[in-house]
Design a protein around this ligand. Structure first.
Ligand code: ARG
Length: 560
């Protein structure tokens, strides 16, 4: 398999500054790789970059190890150096790609590292929002990406199962002497919450009742505890249905309530380490000041003036558990949470670094923030606008997509993942289900097309190999370069993981499908002299699409 490290190593011999790049040039006719090393070096030596590039090209051409794999090296533009990989090296990589099976396209850049991805995290007794749907789909894709980049990985569904909203539900249910659990579902729980909120406006006294109820819950009061427990069960049943449809599984489901036991300890620690102080109105707060005492961001509240803990406290306790429990301890923690919680998580991460400086020294906390997703007007959106009955969405998808649930879930996921998580967008069925555009059905269709060709050769995937040494035309070569130098060597996977950008996989797959279609329109595969090579290209295209989609959590079908 060709790895661009071969070029890096050869070039590094001449570089003073190791920050040079080796990248694919934007235009294919400029070669497979390009480096800016001559330009960087010229600056340091005070020389003309173009002339230096010419000198370096001559020196690189003497590197035997490099020239075994490289066809041609040329200076270009103001001082770039471009490289072309040999045909036989590309073809060998093509064969290797076909032999890789399950491991196709994987990277090992995270080998030896531990990663925890937290995602989905819906709130108990509230409906699963569109935002939670985004978190679930994006979070799962990031989990898959890191899993296939060699890390030891786990995931956690950080349920919102604690907080003052439970005070309202408990108070409402306790007030209602005819309350019947057997007829209570998720929708009813939500209604209780909404109704109670309305009632508070008329009878402000009820607010105090709710506060008291939450305090009782925190202290372990039996009646409060029971209502809470039942609400959790009802909600989880609903969420499980969604996870099943989306094929999402969690190794850990540790809701906020898991951390209440260690909350006093966190509060003590923050006090004794002088990280928290009493603010106005008696609340315990954490301030974020720089060295000069200037405020970097607003303070966060650790304990409210009424003595109850906050979302912030629970997130800090969560981090403590994740740092000190060997099963959860990781080098990288990824939080897939809506962009509106940016400040909150920034405060949490900063406070954790203050509280546990040694344990977090080499730890990375990353917030992958998703934007807003709006639904088109009509049936799917409820009164509040941003919540939907997910079942509605998925069953509507089932009606619309040929191929049932597998296809429809795939379409919804891909439509989410093809854009940068941070963008806001409006969900459009036409777009998600398009057979021509950048969509899951389109990619699935191209995959099926490659399988159709393979079926003419007895479907023997493991037998596909080519003994050709040269390409007969540019179409073949272009597709081979695209598949081997970006996918087979794990480049796309690594880049998408490093950047927390599943959309890079989508962009790659879409381009792959387009390139293959162009190739296939212009070239016969069966019954030509170069049949084995073309068949290998066709099959590897299919395998790359299948693997890429599986990383995105999307299944392929063998027939359409
Ligand atoms: N339950 C929260 C919500 O729905 C999301 C939790 C995000 N994760 C965290 N560690 N705070 O808004």
């Amino acid at each position: 398999m060709f790895k661009n490290e071969i070029i890096r190593e050869a070039v590094a011999e001449f570089a003073l500054d190791k920050n040079f790049s080796v990248e694919h040039p934007a235009q294919e006719n400029l070669g497979d790789y390009s480096t800016n090393v001559a330009m960087l070096l010229a600056k340091e030596l005070g020389r003309n970059p173009r002339e230096l590039a010419v000198d370096l090209v001559n020196k690189l051409q003497e590197n035997k190890k490099l020239m075994k794999q490289i066809e041609k090296i040329e200076p270009a533009g103001p001082g770039f150096i471009n490289f072309w990989v040999k045909d036989e090296v590309l073809i060998q990589a093509l064969n290797e790609g076909l032999q890789k099976g399950e491991a196709l396209g994987e990277s090992d850049f995270m080998k030896g590292k531990k990663v925890l991805v937290e995602y989905s995290s819906p709130n108990i007794a509230k409906s699963f929002s569109v935002g939670h749907l985004r978190s679930t789909i994006i979070g799962q894709a990031i989990f898959n990406l890191y899993k296939h980049c060699g890390s030891k990985i786990t995931n956690d569904n950080h349920l919102g199962d604690w907080g003052t909203q439970f005070g309202m539900i408990i108070a409402a249910i306790e007030e209602d002497s005819n309350f019947d659990w057997s007829s209570t579902d998720m929708q009813k729980l939500e209604e209780i919450y909404v109704d109670f909120n309305k009632k508070i406006e008329e009878t402000p006294k009820l607010r105090t009742k709710a506060k008291e109820a939450f305090l009782r819950l925190e202290k372990g009061d039996e009646s409060a505890r029971e209502i809470w427990q039942k609400s959790v069960e009802i909600s989880m049943k609903e969420f499980e249905k969604i996870y099943k449809k989306l094929n999402v599984n969690f190794e850990h489901v540790l809701g906020e309530s898991e951390y209440i036991k260690i909350m006093p300890e966190i509060i003590e620690e923050a006090k004794s380490k002088n990280i928290a102080s009493i603010g106005e109105e008696g609340a315990l707060i954490v301030k974020f000041l720089d060295k000069r005492g200037k405020e970097q961001m607003p303070p966060a509240m650790l304990v409210k003036s009424d003595g109850s803990t906050t979302y912030f406290t629970r997130d800090l306790a969560t981090i403590k558990m994740r740092l000190f429990n060997p099963e959860l301890k990781s080098d990288l923690y990824v939080y897939e949470v809506g962009g509106e919680q940016r400040l909150h998580l920034k405060q949490v991460f900063a406070a954790a670094k203050k509280l546990w400086p040694r344990e977090t020294e080499k730890t990375e906390f990353v917030h992958v923030a998703h934007g807003l997703l709006s639904l088109p007007e009509g049936k799917m959106s409820t009164r509040k606008g941003n919540t939907i009955k997910l079942d509605d969405l998925l069953s509507r998808a089932e009606e619309k997509a040929v191929g049932g649930l597998v296809m429809s879930v795939g379409a919804v996921k891909y439509n989410e993942l093809k854009r940068s998580p941070g963008v806001d967008y409006i969900f459009k069925w036409d777009e998600a289900l398009s057979m021509e555009g950048n969509s899951a059905p389109y990619l699935q269709y191209v995959y099926v097309r490659t399988r159709g060709i393979l079926s003419k050769f007895g479907n023997k995937l493991e037998k596909i190999v080519t003994d050709k040494k040269k390409f007969v035309n540019e179409d073949e070569k272009m597709l081979a370069r695209w598949l081997t130098l970006r996918f087979v060597d794990g480049e796309v996977m690594e880049s998408a993981a490093r950047n927390f950008a599943p959309q890079q996989i989508c962009a790659y797959l879409f381009e792959t499908a387009q390139k293959f279609n162009g190739f296939y329109e212009r070239n016969k595969v069966i019954g030509v002299e170069n049949q084995s090579l073309r068949l290998a290209l066709t099959v590897l295209t299919g395998e790359a699409i299948k693997k890429g989609l599986s990383i995105l959590g999307i299944e392929t079908v063998e027939k359409m």
